[in-house]
Structure formats: structure tokens, C-alpha cells
Design a protein around this ligand. Structure first.
Ligand code: ADP
Ligand code: MG
Length: 741
């Protein structure tokens, strides 16, 4: 075939219809580019096989061996596939969790190359989830290996119908007839880093001359992903700077000063600094776009409130968007309390100064809603707090000047945009998150926001103690946990008991539940996730079972009530109010209490099936206790075995209160892929290689290059191929969470 294939050509017609169909089905590929972008996970070096008898634990090895035995078993609700292989020198085992389909290809008598890190289990050497390349039936080993052109055999993420060697064969065909490819990366940038051009990189990653060439190709392709994203974000930053906003300057004798004079505490140094950053942003004639991150309890609310008051001084309004009704209600109460009679302007109780608050949620009665809408429209309500109900059609503002978004990650872009449309000029935007985000993640995902961080907790806090309760090995620890709860209650304190789902036999409420993106990512990595994991229906604690059981059992005599997302908002409010006032001792709840709930008298939290929650989520949850001056205690109950990764995760949570550290662990655990993965529409994504933690340096470089390029040529007029590529990304990310701001 002539060397004329284009990236956009369809695979059908190039590699045979059946194979093309299988690639489409397994990986969603349809074009030559899709296939070329299916990068190998590693390379098996021909002739460098290890003897099984000589393997040492911890070695990265590839063995050439024959399958001697295959068996499956179940343990802890997982399907475990164990394959014994031998190379004549010794036997070793390969294990795969929840990938029953591999049994179909890993047949006794087959020979393959198996690569991975040597571990041990029960004193036996094993490879867990090795990469492998089976020798096709009918081929002897030598001729199979001879069939590959290079010395380095790429190992691809495989799917049920598409083993790695088949993918290799397709790529051989495509690479053989690949035409010229126009490189979108400017030559000056390529030269700066010594990167190969695009075609060379694509060839080298699949058919490397050397491992160094493969590595350089991979670097260049990873850099591509980083720079396209950074260019997009740099363009957005530039666009935002073009927008007009009303500058809001804080007066020396205005509402902010009155408020601060009444504040019962002093700002921390961190708060002072962030206050200043926000005030400076809002004095600009362009809208602020700032992310405020800080630990639970670090005092973000006060900072946000000050920003809100500063726009009210000049006649503007502020909207605070919360992800749930419970949280909106909490904010309303907290802010009312912080403002005192400053929130009662124009009413009999008011002192004349200040403003009014309006709460707008979906569950308001019609008259209450009418009243709130009226005050929002007239501008009487300077601070409007609500859920997404705020975004609905009927809501009109007099002069919306500032939008504060709490817990950003739960809001869609469209929703934020819709709210922004309600303002005459683009409002200032402040996004608050309690999930600490490592710097490069912030740069990658929130790259068009400026970032402020509160690292310090207000003084006087006593650090929370966290312990893991491994009920599988030590069931009696759980009784002790309930006793601890009773002891706290006897001291006049209160407790939360958290369960991952509302009722038995249905989906859980945790975010740890496996997302579509996770499933796709896992597929891409050649893993399979069991259907019960997907549905989250594995046996686990539920609020509806646990509450009555505790009420008549371990916590008999204690005043407890259930709280979850399916209750009416009246009931939820009633329960929360009762808990806040101390009329209830214990809340048995789902993660509805995760964010924002502030009851300083609560001192202990027991989290059931804690392994069902993500690391950051556990950290958020435990932030609900120890908020006052009494010490907090958090008990993580789990039925996982003490050696499991789940238990390691819980131990990590118990071991540190540093949210940044934990968010790194969280990212590691979720293979990081998830951070960007949620933004990936399946396999059709620009983000395949980039890993935000591992590639910190590369992301920094890409950001610098992107900022330079955009500052001299905002539309990339001189680089039309690159501009087209960035626009493609812009389209792709349009409806995803990368589109922040
Ligand atoms: P976050 O929103 O970051 O979770 P909050 O703003 O709700 O934190 O603050 C947590 C608690 O600490 C609240 O009760 C708040 O009133 C109090 N607080 C905030 N700033 C300070 C401070 N500088 N000194 C003492 N207490 C503070
Ligand atoms: Mg808060």
C-alpha cells in the first residue's frame, strides 16, 4: 500500500471489517488516529526473559512461560482468577481480580510473555495483574516473535475480544502506510525540549528503535496533552480579562467595617491574606475568578461573607450557591448568626444598617417563594442563598455582583453560566472548596481560576483522633466503639454515625461508587469491574437498617434519628434543628452531613463500611467533629481484611490530618486517571498519558510555554494547526467539568 493514510481515515477498509468492528466495540475506535492514540502500556524486550526460579520479590520482570493450571475462586465478594505458569525452571502464579473474562483467553497449554512486578502471596511468588502477550494459536514462539518487526514488543491495554498481539498487528498495517502528518506543535517548542515531530513520535511509541526513543515519544505526546489544555486555559484567562465588571471597592466606614467590628474573633493570618486577594480582585474592572480552597473548618465561610458584604456596600447583591438543600439551609443559619442584626435591615428588629438574606430552595412554599423572589428582584435581599433553584427561570436580581459557589465540583458548567447570565455585567465569581487540590491539579483542572488557599485552622482547635476498626479480624472492637459513643453522650456531647447507603439492597450513596468514567478507565487499562461493584450493591450498612438496630441494641436509650437524602426537606430540617439544639444525641446519616454541617458539640463520628468512601470524602466527613473546643474522635469501621488496599487507605486517613497529603493519596489510589478521567468521554479524549501528579514538571513547562504563546498571539493566528487542535479540545470540554469558571 502507498504511504498515504491520513489520521482521519476510517479503520474499516484498512484493517478488515471484523477487526475494525472489534476495535470499535472494545475501545470506541473508528479512525486511524484513534488506533494510533491507543498507546502501549509497556514494552516486552525480546530475548530478555527472566527465569522464574531466579525471580526476586520487587523485581520488574518479563517471563516467557506456559500456562499450567487455571482456577477461579471467590473471596470477599471478589472473583479471583489464579493462573499457574511455568518456564521449566519453576512455577509461579498470576492473579487477576474481578476479570473473569480473562479465563477465556488464559487457557492451559498456551504460551505467553507475562510482565509485572514480582510480589509474594502465602510465600509463593506471584505477579498480580501482569501485562501479557499470548502467542497466537498455531504459532511457535520463535515465529510469533519473528512476526514482530522490532526488538521491543509493545503491550497494549487489551479488551476481551482484542488481545494485545492483535492490536499490534493492526498497528503494523497502519504504520506501514501512514502518510505525512502535519505537526501542530511549533518547531520552536519541539526544539526547546528536543522532542521528535508528531509522526516520528507516533511511530516511535508503537515501534521504538530503543527504549529511550519510546520514552521520548511518550514524553512528547504527554506534553501535547498538557500544552493543549494549558493553551485552552490560557486563552480563557485572556478572554476573562477582556470582560467588563463593576469594580467593588471596600469603604473604610461601610458594612464590612461594621461587620468586622462585631466579629467575635480575629481573622487568622491566612484569612487576612485571602481577604486582601479577594478585595484586590474585586477592585478590578474585570471579573474575579478565584478558587478558595481550605480545610473543613478553616474559616472559608467568613471570608466569603466578607466578600459578599463588600459588594452590598456599593448596592450590589451576592448569591451563594450550595449543592444541597441541607447545606443551603446551614449556610443561611450560619450567615444569619454571623451577621446578627446586620441581616435585618429594613425590618423592625434591624438597626438600620446592613441587608437582608433570602433563602431560595426548591422546597419553599409558594408564598415563601414569592416573597423571596420579590426581595431578590428589588435588591432588598443583598445575600441570596440557595440551591440550583437559584438558577431557575423566574429568579431575577436587581444587581448581581458576586457569585459564590460552594463545593464547586458538584455544579455543572451550564448551571454556573445560567446564573451568570442573570447579571447585567459579568459578576465576580468565588468558588469555595474544602477538597484540597494539589497545585498541578489546580493548574490543570482549574487553570483559569486564580487560587487562594487557607492552610491554617483557627487556633484553639484540638486535632481529631482517627482510628480504624477492622471488624473482620477484631469484631469486638465495634462494641467498644459503641461504648465510646455512649461515653461521649454521657459527657453531654453528640455523635454522627454514617452509613454508605439509605436502605438495604439498593445503590449506595457514596461517591466511591464506581463511576462510568472509572469503568471506562478500567476497561482502557484492561481491567474489569464486577457488576456488583458497579451497582454498589455489595453488602453494606444502610441508614434504615442501622438506626432501628442501634436504637434497640448497642445505643439503647440514646436519642437518635435517621437523616438521609430521601427524606422530605421538612423532616430533614426538623432533624437537623433537633440535633443542632441538642435535643438529639445521635444522627444516623448518609453523606448528607458531609459538607457544611456545623454542630460544635458533636465530638464523635463512627463511619460504617468506611472503605466504601474515598479518602477525601472520609476527610470531609470527619471534619464534622471536633469543630468546637472539645476533642473530636473518628472511628472508621471496615470489614476489609487488614492486608487489603482498602485498609491501607483507611490507615492513611487515620494517620494524617493534612488534607493536601490525603488528596495526593486519593489521587494515587484512584489511579489519577479519574481526576482527568471524569472529563474524558470514554476513550475519545485528549488526555490519555497525562498524570497530574507524576507529570508536575511537564505541566509547569507546558503552562509556561502556553502563557508565552497566548500573551503574544491570543488567537494563535500564527499557528493555525495548533489553534485548530485547541478548538477541538474546547469543543470536547465544553460540557465537561474542565470548563470551570
Ligand atoms: P469552613 O467553611 O472553611 O469549613 P467555617 O467558615 O465554617 O469553615 O469556620 C468554621 C468555624 O470556625 C465556624 O464556627 C467559624 O465561625 C469559626 N471561625 C472562622 N474563622 C475563625 C477565626 N479566625 N477564629 C476563630 N474561629 C473562626
Ligand atoms: Mg463552611
Amino acid at each position: 500500500m502507498a504511504t498515504s493514510l491520513l489520521l482521519t481515515d476510517r479503520l474499516k477498509g484498512v484493517i478488515g471489517d471484523r477487526t475494525a468492528d472489534a476495535l470499535a466495540k472494545s475501545f470506541g475506535m473508528s479512525t486511524v488516529e484513534d488506533l494510533l492514540r491507543h498507546y502501549p502500556r509497556r514494552y516486552v524486550v525480546r530475548g530478555e526473559f527472566s527465569d522464574i526460579a531466579e525471580l526476586l520479590e520487587g523485581d520488574e520482570v518479563t517471563v516467557l512461560a506456559e500456562i499450567a493450571a487455571v482456577k477461579t475462586r471467590r473471596a470477599n465478594g471478589r472473583n479471583i482468577l489464579e493462573v499457574n505458569v511455568t518456564d521449566g525452571s519453576a512455577v509461579m502464579s498470576l492473579t487477576f481480580f474481578n476479570q473473569p473474562w480473562r479465563e477465556k483467553e488464559l487457557k492451559v497449554g498456551k504460551t505467553g510473555m507475562f510482565a509485572g512486578k514480582v510480589g509474594s502471596f502465602n510465600g509463593k511468588r506471584q505477579l498480580s495483574h501482569p501485562d501479557y502477550q499470548l502467542i497466537p494459536d498455531g504459532d511457535d514462539v520463535d515465529s510469533a516473535l519473528a512476526g514482530f518487526a522490532g526488538k521491543f514488543l509493545p503491550v497494549y491495554p487489551a479488551g476481551g475480544k482484542m488481545p494485545s498481539w492483535k492490536i499490534s498487528q493492526c498497528l503494523e498495517i497502519v504504520l506501514d502506510s501512514l502518510g505525512e502528518i502535519e505537526d501542530y506543535l511549533p518547531e520552536s517548542v519541539r526544539n526547546e525540549f528536543g522532542y521528535p515531530d508528531l509522526k516520528q513520535a507516533l511511530v516511535s511509541i508503537h515501534k521504538p528503535e530503543s527504549l529511550e526513543a519510546a520514552e521520548l515519544a511518550r514524553l512528547r505526546l504527554t506534553f501535547d496533552e498538557a500544552i493543549l489544555l494549558q493553551l485552552l486555559l490560557a486563552q480563557r484567562r485572556a478572554e476573562l480579562k477582556e470582560l467588563d465588571a463593576t469594580p467593588r471597592k471596600i469603604k473604610t466606614d461601610g458594612l464590612v467595617s461594621v461587620f468586622e467590628a462585631k466579629l467575635p474573633f480575629k481573622y487568622t493570618d491566612g484569612q487576612l491574606e485571602v481577604n486582601k486577594e479577594i478585595a484586590e480582585d474585586m477592585q478590578q474592572p474585570h471579573p474575579m475568578h478565584r478558587l478558595l480552597q481550605g480545610e473543613v473548618g478553616s474559616g472559608k465561610t467568613v471570608v466569603a461573607l466578607r466578600a459578599m458584604l463588600s459588594v452590598i456596600e456599593s448596592g450590589g447583591q451576592a448569591a451563594l450557591l450550595a449543592p444541597t438543600e441541607v447545606l443551603a439551609g446551614q449556610h443561611f443559619k450560619t450567615i444569619s448568626k454571623l451577621l446578627g442584626d446586620l441581616a435585618l435591615a429594613g425590618t423592625l428588629q434591624g438597626s438600620g444598617e446592613g441587608t437582608q438574606l433570602a433563602l431560595l430552595t426548591g422546597s419553599l412554599s409558594a408564598p415563601a417563594k414569592r416573597e423571596a423572589l420579590g426581595k431578590i428582584k428589588s435588591g432588598e435581599a443583598g445575600i441570596v442563598i440557595g440551591t440550583h433553584a437559584l438558577i431557575s427561570e423566574g429568579v431575577e436580581f436587581d444587581d448581581l455582583a458576586l457569585v459564590v459557589v460552594d463545593e464547586q465540583h458538584r455544579f455543572g458548567v451550564e448551571q454556573r453560566d445560567a446564573l451568570r447570565m442573570k447579571a447585567a455585567k459579568p459578576p465576580h465569581v468565588l468558588v469555595m472548596t474544602a477538597t484540597p487540590i494539589p497545585r498541578t491539579v489546580a493548574m490543570t483542572i482549574f487553570g483559569d481560576l486564580d487560587v487562594s488557599t487557607l492552610r491554617q485552622l483557627p487556633s484553639g482547635r484540638i486535632p481529631i483522633q482517627t482510628h480504624v476498626i477492622p471488624v473482620l479480624e477484631k469484631p469486638h472492637y465495634l462494641e467498644r466503639a459503641w461504648e465510646r459513643v455512649k461515653e461521649e453522650i454521657a459527657k453531654g456531647h453528640q455523635a454522627y454515625i454514617v452509613a454508605p447507603r439509605i436502605s438495604a439492597g439498593e445503590e449506595d450513596e457514596t461517591k466511591a461508587k464506581i463511576s462510568q468514567a472509572d469503568i471506562e478507565m478500567a476497561k482502557l487499562m484492561g481491567d474489569e469491574i464486577s457488576s456488583e461493584e458497579i451497582a454498589g450493591t455489595k453488602d453494606m450498612a444502610s441508614v434504615e437498617e442501622l438506626a432501628p438496630k442501634l436504637a434497640t441494641g448497642a445505643l439503647k436509650g440514646v436519642k437518635l434519628a435517621p437523616l438521609h437524602g430521601r427524606q422530605s426537606s421538612e423532616l430533614k430540617d426538623e432533624t437537623m434543628a433537633a440535633f443542632a439544639s441538642g435535643a438529639l444525641d445521635v444522627l444516623v446519616a448518609t453523606t448528607v452531613i458531609e459538607v457544611g454541617v456545623d454542630v460544635p458539640n458533636a465530638s464523635v463520628m463512627v463511619i460504617m463500611d468506611a472503605d466504601r468512601f474515598g479518602v477525601s470524602q472520609l476527610h470531609q466527613l470527619r471534619g464534622r467533629v471536633g469543630r468546637g473546643t472539645i476533642p473530636g474522635l473518628c472511628l472508621l469501621v471496615s470489614g476489609s481484611s487488614e492486608e487489603s488496599p482498602a485498609m491501607a487507605r483507611l490507615t492513611a486517613v487515620a494517620g494524617t490530618l493534612d488534607g493536601f497529603e490525603l488528596s495526593r493519596i486519593d489521587l494515587d489510589q484512584r489511579r489519577e486517571g479519574d481526576v482527568l478521567g471524569r472529563a474524558q468521554s470514554g476513550t475519545k479524549s485528549h488526555l490519555r498519558l497525562l498524570r497530574v501528579l507524576r507529570d508536575e514538571e511537564l505541566i509547569e513547562q507546558a503552562r509556561r510555554v502556553a502563557t508565552d504563546l497566548i500573551s503574544t498571539d491570543p488567537k494563535l493566528a500564527k499557528y493555525s494547526v495548533l489553534a485548530a487542535q485547541v478548538n477541538l479540545l474546547r469543543e470536547e470540554e465544553r460540557s465537561t467539568f474542565l470548563d470551570k469558571g
